[in-house]
Write a new protein. Structure first.
Length: 255
């Protein structure tokens, strides 16, 4: 079984892109004109139950995402590659880095407002908002609004809610929530030497510099931080050219 995916570009360097909880690969579409398609080939993956993989059932765990990603990597005969992961995809990205047969194959990794390897571990006050988002569009709207700094238009927020609803299945959306909130493998990533860039939208109220300092920068010795101006939790939507430029530049340093 090949997991659903979309290929953009035709460069010699391959990049596997892992999306977040709220929807499929299409969240990245605003970045496409700014991607370096001569240097890189970008492979945007849709997890089981999402987008092009909507009809594929699964256990909806980070290990399963990693396994499906590695199977695709090998089916495309990529000896070495780069990884990009947004939000929940940042956590899954680290699982790929751990589970690949040879960690030297991963040239670089870019986490976009990424969930750390310890999971989000939401408190009792916050969990009901996210669990309620499984059924409630209002909850999805409020989560999007908060994580992007309460600063974007209702038209865009409603678009993102609709996109989320249309590109995910309820079982997968439910399963992945438990994955990125409750799973933890932080003890396994300590000392992982893959060059890693953490990009944070400056208006993201959920993922902060302090949170990254306690996780990514404490555990990954070759990690560094870049803030994305005029963006919250969705830089690929809010500041696509800036994000793509920063990603391209970092990965080019590790070709």
């Amino acid at each position: 079984m090949a997991i659903g995916h979309t290929i953009i570009g035709s460069g010699p360097e391959t990049v596997f892109v892992l999306h977040g909880w709220f929807g499929d690969y299409s969240v990245w579409e605003p970045t496409f004109p700014a991607l370096d398609k001569e240097t890189f080939t970008y492979v945007f993956i849709d997890y089981r139950g999402y987008g092009k993989s909507a009809d594929i059932d699964g256990s909806y765990t980070t290990s399963e995402i990693a396994s499906d990603t590695i199977e695709l990597i090998d089916s495309l005969y990529c000896d070495s590659f780069h990884l990009v992961g947004h939000s929940m995809g940042g956590m899954a990205m680290q699982r790929v880095m751990l589970d690949i047969d040879d960690r030297e194959r991963v040239k670089s990794a870019v986490g976009i407002d990424p969930v750390p390897a310890c999971g989000a571990q939401l408190d009792e006050q916050t969990w009901p908002m996210f669990e309620g988002a499984i059924e409630s569009d209002e909850n999805r709207y409020n989560i999007l609004d908060f994580t992007t700094g309460n600063r974007n238009s209702s038209a865009w927020l409603n678009y993102m809610v609709e996109r989320s609803r249309n590109t995910t299945t309820v079982p997968a959306f439910t399963g992945y929530l438990n994955a990125w909130v409750k799973e933890s493998f932080s003890d396994e990533v300590v000392g992982l030497e893959t060059p890693t860039l953490v990009c944070l939208g400056e208006h993201d109220q959920a993922f902060t510099k302090e949170a990254m300092e306690a996780t990514y920068f404490a555990w990954l010795p070759n990690s560094e931080l870049e803030f994305i101006a005029n963006a919250g939790h969705y830089p690929m939507q809010e500041a696509p050219v800036n994000l793509a430029t920063i990603m391209n530049a970092f990965m080019k340093k590790h070709i």
